[in-house]
Every structure is written in structure tokens, then in C-alpha cells.
Design a protein around this ligand. Structure first.
Ligand code: 26Y
Length: 822
């Protein structure tokens, strides 16, 4: 009975052209012949948006009328990547748009180059959130993403003399066609002040008298499912000073103070924190967390739910999924709303609260767990701190009852730590409040339950579960690898795009010589495409048509970019010293992509050293171009989409037991790269699925690494006893890559590796080199290599984020898909 959606009504090149020109004229205010690329891009984006709009409105309307169980994904990061292509694909407009623009003499590829990706995340965790909302929409799940609209995304990385220099990511500067602001729906978020006894109200209710507040303005983003008529919403909050706030000061006559106060409030959503492992305990970050969480809960309770909705039913209506501990302050916030605002008693409020939150943990490093000093928390959110204390009091009683006399256990488990300062352990709060806790790969979930959160898993074994991560095949295969997508579709039809298990039907084709030949052809044209992008980005060359060996991920000691570097230096040293004949070396480009947190000194030194080694190798004519090091600055989603499809070898070399999952590893396998990797994170599952013969395993496994650590690890013993390792390290120390300079990054990295080597790169070096020798041997037989590569694709369907979302639905959310077309 509704008017048919625009997309169904007029899905023609002509109508698209009409819409596009109208946007250009009436929205950009230019004629086609005077339009800049940016004008054309914005007009194109808005045209595509039009086609999705009816479906979006429909989805929102249904969400309200159905009142179906909804997944609310709370995440401080959504690393969306470019939107244009994905929206066209989802709306089934890709070929129509291309043809329409061609008719107008516009190169759609050029326009894609204009788009600045929203870098609203650091790395894996933020990108996972983006893949998940894509899959939720594609699987027809009623859901909403909630996060922060940072005005500046993750910094733009540049290199100056090989050193990382950060530049602001002003991603909004050319306009932002994918968002719709709703200032009229802004909500107030309060901070500071004190609490006092409430007059009336429920027993235990308190009044919070905050002393400042800020408005949270929602910006809505469309999240289109793949051609299924559903368009979900991602709601990102932007901080805006309130009029009341500055007027009050203004009326007191202090104009400058009023403006300053405004800036202060609006700082909250100004910039994403670029650290992704060691939380700094910065007040502004806690402000960010509470800001988006308070706005999101308020929005859900007042706008998504109908008026007077009985909150006793909340568990049937929503699961708030906590993406790591960043949104965990939602727990005391909901308690505060139920008790102080709705007048519930404590037990009833806690009973409901414990049924609506679930927690995903993304780490195994104890130092990465967020902890907020109670001083800071109490100053910013005094009522929340009181509630946390009370949650903890009851929890600690529960532990004492379960384990009488075990005070050590009580201290280990307490939500409130006493040393070195009194502080709230957010992971403990999340685990106590959440009805489920999940890790992000099988090994990770096992280690979570056996190590990081062992006491909790003993007390509540049924709370702990696993959901192995996944990646969206729409973006990371269909869009980023059109060649391979075409080949797959030709062979098995296009059902794989939404049912990635169908890739298994490619398996027999691994034995088809013609199929393998075409697979190789696609790989090599992907390399040409990559070479073009790298040449433009800064004069970077690939080693002829050799192997592309890629290590792309945040720079971290545990990920061991230093081990990769030792391999490169060892090969180079071998060639220089005559130990390795140049002709025997496989032509190969070592590609790095990695940002370092600005304050992470060792990570920045590693970047400097990689660049120094790269400069030396790339300039050494005696290598005849057989080896190259390519380290393009500013690795991001846009670059990932050209790099990953071109890779032959995927480097996943973290110390076993440290990488929670990894998701780049999945993207590479699905694009037909073979993995060289440790038994860590999701590598374990990749290897099991693709088979040992199609995976290069090396290094200690987690128990071996733990045992070596426990027995006392002495890296100098490895240095002294392995001549190749010593030669590589000595070459670095000699200043061979730094123009003779033996200080700075060179000394500190050499000293660190030979004296401490926290992540045991030296212990795994020999095994890594052996595995690399196997890689070389395997690569020499291109046909056999392609067979393995095809099998990697055929056997990796499991790593679709659609499968992850189905697992979340079964194991945690218990929400049901609703077909918009039914
Ligand atoms: C608290 C703050 C310092 C912080 C900010 C960002 C802490 C952590 C992060 C991001 C963590 C992250 O990206 N973790 C990665 O999550 C991926 C998705 O689950 C995993 O694949 C990957 O192994 C893990 O390191």
C-alpha cells in the first residue's frame, strides 16, 4: 500500500542522470561544465542516497511499529571506509551509475578518488564494528549502531626523513554527503557536580546535581543491507555547547569565558584517541565514553521505544552489545536511570540491567584493560561511582559466599582495585553486569576463560562464549577485488556475496589449470593496480612482477614488525656477504602499512628503522631490483582495498597468545594470499580450514611461549647461538642502514631485542626463517602456489562477518531477522 521505493520505480540510466544533474544544479549550485570533481562527487553521493532514502524511512517506520528485538551496538569506533561504492553496490546502482556518468563524460573512478574516508577508528576493533553493521543490515536484523562523530578521525600519517609525523585528519572539510544531522533531536548529557539524598523517590535513589552539561547532536548514517530493502541506522553523536551553558556565563558579563566554555564542551567529540592498547586514563576520553553512551541510552529509551514502554520488558526488546570496555559506563548509567529517574528499587533495576548488556573483549594484554581512577570518575560522574561501589559491594559478597575464606580471590575479582591507586576495572564491571562475555576467536576465548578472566569463568562458566570475528565479503572481496569476484561469480554464480560458504564450490576448480591461470592473471593485474597507486603515493616501486609480501596492521611490539624486519635484513645481509646467491632469491616486495600511536616511542623507532632499511635496499643497484621494501604512509581502509587483493603472502606473525583474533588475516586469505603465521588468534582457525599444506606455520605455540617466559627468557642466548640472527642484528647495529649512525632508533631497538625482547622475536627467528625458505620453494612452482591460493579462497567462507553475526544471534542476542520485503 506504500508508494513503491524510488529504486524500484525508476531504476534506469535516464532517471539516474536526471537525479544527478538535479543534485548538481540545486544542491551544489553549479552547471555540469563548471562543476569541480568535488561537486560531482557530492552530487553523485546524494543521488545514490536518494535511492536508498525510501527504504531507510520504511525500515525506521517498521522498527517503530514492530518493536522487535533490536541489537544496539555500542562502539567508540566505527572505521567505515569509503561509502560511495558500497552504497551503490548495496542499492544495486553500480552499473547504472557508471553508465549514466559515462554518458555525461565523467570518469566515475576519478570521483571515487575524491572521497575522504571517515577514519573514525584505530584499527581492528573499529573496522570490525563497521563490518558488523554491514552484516546486521544484510541479514535483516533490526539494529542500530551508536558511536561518536569525531570531527578529526585517526591522524594522517606522513613520513619526514623516515620518521612518522602526524597530521590532523580533517575528513569533513569537503562536505559530508553520507550523514544527516538532527539537531532537533539533541539530548543533554551531564557531568560533574555532586549527589545528595533524593526527596521522595525509591529507597536508595539519589539526586545528581551536575555542574555542567553538553548537547549531543545525532548524525544519522545509512547502513544499507546488500540489495535486501533494509537500511539500518548508524547514529553518531557530536558535542555541541548548550545555549543555557554559555548564556549563563555570558550574562555574568564574561564573554571570553563563555566562548571558552563552549570550546571546552565541544572538545568532547573533537578527535579520536590514537592509542589502541595502553589506555592513558585521560579525562577527555572518559568524557567521550559517557557522552556517547548517555546520549545513546537516552535516545533508545525515549525515541526508539514508544512512550510509556514498560522497561520491565527491556530484555525482550534490546541487547546493548559493548564493543570492548569503552562503553561500559552504560551499566551504571542504566542503573541511574532506573533508580533515580524511574523510581525502581535496586534489586529490580539490577535484575533488568544484568539481562540487557553483553560484553565483547578484544585483548589478551593485561595492560590494555581499561581502569579508571576513582578520583577522576567521581569528579566527572559522582553518581555513577556510587552505583559502581554498590554493584561491587554486592558482587564481592557474592564471591565471598561462593568461596568462603578466599580473600585473595576477592581482591583479584573486585571491580574496584586498591593499588596502585583506587580505580574501577571496567572489564570486571562489564563481566559482572553482562549476561554474556565473548572473545573474538576460538583461542582468544579459551585464553580469556583460562587466564585473563579465569576467576570469573570459574564462577560463571555459562557466561563465557566465543564468536570468531569475520569481515564483510561485500567490501573486502566484491568491491575491492572485482577481478576475483567476476571469476568466482562466473564459476558458481553470485550467491556467495551473501552466503560465503558457497565458496567451497570453488574447491574442485583448484585442480583446473585454466581456472588457476585466470586466477594468476587477476592477481597480477591487481599488482599492477597496486603499483599504480603506490607510484602516485610517493614514488614507491614494486619488485617487477615478483611476490607481494604484506604486513599491514597497527605497529605494536606484540605484532612483531621487528621480526619481519629481521627477516628482511637477514636476506639482505646474506646477499651482501655472499652467503645467499642473488639469483636464488625470489623477487619480492615487502609491503608494510602501519601507524604507531603518537606516544609509543618504540613503535615509532621501528617505523624509522623499517624506512631506513627500505631506503638502503631500494637504492642498492646490486640487488637488480629483486628486493624492494614498500612502506606507503597512512595505511587506511582505502589503501587496504587495493593492497590486500594484490598480496601473495600474508604476514600474521604475532607472538602466540597475544593477538586476540586479527581480521586482516581473514581478508588476505579470502583474496587468495597464503598466510605465514604463528598459532595465534584466528590464524589457528584459518590454518585448520585451509589445511596445513596451504599455510606456513612457524614459531612457538601459546603454551610453549608461556613456558619459555616462565622459565626465564634470555634473548642474548639466541643472539649468540644463531649466526644468521647475530649477523642481521649486527648489521643493524653497525649503522649500515642509517648512514653509519649507531645511535637513536638503532641502539634502542638492538638493545631492546637482545636484552628484553618482551615478545620473543629472537626465539621465533629461526623457525620463521625456515618457514620463509618453504615459502620461497613453494612460490617457485607458480601453478602449485595458485592451487593453494584458490583453496585458501574456497575454504575461507567461514570468515564472513555474516557468520559472526549469526553466531551472535544464536549465542547472545536471540534477536530475529525481519525481512523488509515480506
Ligand atoms: C582504551 C583504548 C586505549 C583502546 C582503543 C582502541 C583500546 C583498544 C583499542 C582497539 C583495540 C583493537 O583494535 N583490538 C583488536 O580488535 C580486533 C577485532 O576484534 C582483533 O582482531 C585484534 O586482534 C585486536 O587487537
Amino acid at each position: 500500500e506504500n508508494t513503491p521505493p524510488v529504486a524500484a520505480r525508476e531504476h534506469t540510466v535516464e532517471s539516474f542522470t536526471r537525479e544527478f544533474l538535479r543534485e548538481l544544479n540545486f544542491s551544489q549550485g553549479v552547471d555540469l561544465d563548471r562543476a569541480s570533481d568535488n561537486d560531482k562527487y557530492l552530487a553523485l553521493a546524494k543521488t545514490v542516497r536518494h535511492y536508498l532514502m525510501t527504504r531507510w524511512l520504511e525500515t525506521l517506520r517498521n522498527q517503530y511499529t514492530d518493536q522487535a528485538k533490536t541489537v544496539a551496538y555500542l562502539s567508540a569506533e566505527f572505521l567505515l571506509g569509503p561509502q560511495l561504492e558500497n552504497s551503490m553496490l548495496a542499492a544495486n546502482l553500480d552499473s547504472i551509475a557508471a553508465e549514466s556518468l559515462r554518458g555525461l563524460g565523467i570518469d566515475i573512478e576519478e570521483l571515487r578518488g575524491v572521497e575522504i574516508e571517515p577514519g573514525l577508528g584505530n584499527g581492528g576493533l573499529g573496522r570490525l564494528a563497521a563490518c558488523f553493521i554491514d552484516s546486521l543490515a544484510t541479514l535483516n536484523v533490526p539494529s542500530i549502531g551508536y558511536g561518536i562523530r569525531y570531527e578529526y578521525g585517526i591522524f594522517r600519517q606522513t613520513f619526514v626523513d623516515g620518521k612518522q609525523v602526524e597530521k590532523p585528519d580533517d575528513w569533513l572539510r569537503l562536505g559530508s554527503p553520507w550523514e544527516i544531522a538532527h539537531p532537533e533531536n539533541a539530548v543533554e548529557v551531564h557531568f560533574g557536580g555532586h549527589t545528595k539524598k533524593a526527596h521522595g523517590g525509591a529507597e536508595g535513589a539519589r539526586a545528581w546535581l551536575p555542574d555542567w552539561h553538553v548537547m549531543a547532536v545525532p548524525y544519522n548514517y545509512m547502513v544499507p543491507g546488500y540489495r535486501n530493502g533494509r537500511v539500518n541506522t548508524l547514529r553518531l553523536w557530536s558535542a555541541k555547547a548548550t545555549r543555557a551553558f554559555d548564556l549563563q556565563i555570558f550574562n555574568e558579563g564574561d564573554y571570553e569565558e563563555a566562548v571558552r566554555a563552549q570550546t571546552f564542551a565541544e572538545n568532547i567529540s573533537k578527535v579520536i584517541y590514537p592509542e589502541d592498547s595502553t589506555p592513558q586514563g585521560k579525562e577527555l576520553r572518559l568524557q567521550q565514553q559517557y557522552f556517547f553512551v548517555a546520549a545513546s541510552l537516552r535516545d533508545f529509551l525515549t525515541n526508539v521505544l514508544p512512550p510509556d514502554y514498560p522497561l520491565e520488558n527491556l530484555p525482550n526488546r534490546v541487547t546493548w552489545q559493548l564493543n570492548d570496555t569503552h562503553p561500559v559506563i552504560a551499566v551504571p548509567e542504566l542503573m541511574r536511570i532506573l533508580i533515580d529517574e524511574r523510581g525502581w528499587d535496586w534489586d529490580k533495576a539490577w535484575g533488568i540491567t544484568q539481562q540487557v548488556f553483553a560484553y565483547t573483549c578484544h585483548t589478551l594484554l593485561p595492560e590494555a584493560l581499561e581502569v579508571w581512577p576513582t578520583d577522576l570518575l567521581g569528579k566527572l560522574l559522582p553518581r555513577h561511582l556510587e552505583i559502581i561501589y554498590q554493584i561491587n559491594d554486592e558482587f564481592v559478597d557474592q564471591v565471598r559466599a561462593a568461596y568462603p575464606g578466599d580473600e585473595l580471590r576477592v581482591r583479584r575479582m573486585s571491580i574496584v582495585a586498591e593499588h596502585p591507586v583506587r580505580a574501577v576495572r571496567m572489564a570486571h564491571l562489564a563481566t559482572v553486569a553482562g549476561f554474556k562475555v565473548n572473545g573474538v576467536a576460538a583461542l582468544h576465548s579459551k585464553l580469556l576463560a583460562e587466564k585473563l578472566l579465569v576467576d570469573f569463568a570459574q564462577m560463571w562458566p555459562e557466561k563465557f562464549t566465543n564468536v570468531t570475528n569475520g569481515i564483510t565479503p561485500r567490501r573486502f572481496v566484491r568491491l575491492s577485488n572485482p577481478g576475483l569476484s567476476g571469476l568466482i561469480t562466473e564459476a558458481i554464480g553470485d550467491g556467495w556475496i551473501t552466503d560465503l560458504d558457497q565458496l567451497s564450490r570453488l574447491e574442485p576448480l583448484a585442480d583446473d589449470a585454466e581456472f588457476r591461470r585466470r586466477f594468476r592473471e587477476i592477481k597480477s593485474s591487481n599488482k599492477v593496480r597496486l603499483a599504480g597507486v603506490l607510484a602516485k603515493r610517493g614514488d614507491i616501486e614494486l619488485a617487477g612482477d615478483g611476490m607481494v609480501d604484506a604486513m599491514v596492521k597497527r605497529l605494536h611490539e606484540y605484532k612483531r614488525q621487528s621480526l619481519k624486519l629481521l627477516h628482511i635484513v637477514s636476506v639482505y645481509e646474506g646477499i651482501c656477504s655472499g652467503r645467499i646467491p642473488l639469483d636464488s632469491v625470489t623477487p619480492r616486495t615487502f609491503v608494510f602499512g602501519a601507524k604507531a600511536a603518537p606516544g609509543y616511542v618504540r613503535a615509532k623507532e621501528t617505523i624509522e628503522l623499517i624506512n631506513a632499511v627500505g631506503r638502503t635496499i631500494n637504492a642498492d643497484a646490486s640487488l637488480k631490483g629483486r628486493l624492494k621494501v614498500a612502506f606507503p604512509a597512512n595505511y587506511n581502509v582505502t589503501l587496504a582495498e587495493v593492497l590486500i587483493p594484490a598480496a601473495d603472502l600474508s604476514e600474521q606473525i604475532s607472538l602466540a597468545g597475544k593477538e586476540a583474533s586479527g581480521t586482516g588475516n581473514m581478508k588476505f586469505a579470502l583474496n587468495g594470499a597464503l598466510t605465514i603465521g604463528t598459532d595465534d588468534g584466528a590464524n589457528v582457525e584459518i590454518r585448520k580450514l585451509v589445511g596445513d599444506e596451504n599455510f606456513f606455520l612457524f614459531g612457538m605455540d601459546e603454551p610453549a611461549a608461556a613456558a619459555l617466559q616462565a622459565s626465564g627468557y634470555h634473548p642474548d642466548e639466541f643472539y649468540e647461538s644463531d649466526a644468521d640472527l647475530k649477523a642481521a642484528l649486527d648489521m643493524i647495529a653497525s649503522g649500515a642502514f642509517t648512514g653509519g649512525d649507531q645511535g637513536g632508533a638503532v641502539t634502542s631497538i638492538f638493545a631492546d631485542l637482545t636484552e628484553h625482547d618482551r615478545f620473543m622475536a629472537l626465539a621465533d627467528f629461526r623457525s620463521y626463517l625456515d618457514a620463509q625458505a618453504k615459502v620461497e620453494a613453494a612460490y617457485a612452482d607458480q601453478d602449485a602456489w595458485s592451487r593453494s591460493a584458490v583453496l585458501n579462497v574456497a575454504r575461507s567462507g567461514f570468515f564472513s562477518s555474516d557468520r559472526s553475526i549469526r553466531d551472535y544471534l544464536d549465542r547472545i542476542w536471540k534477536a530475529k531477522p525481519i525481512d523488509q520485503n515480506a
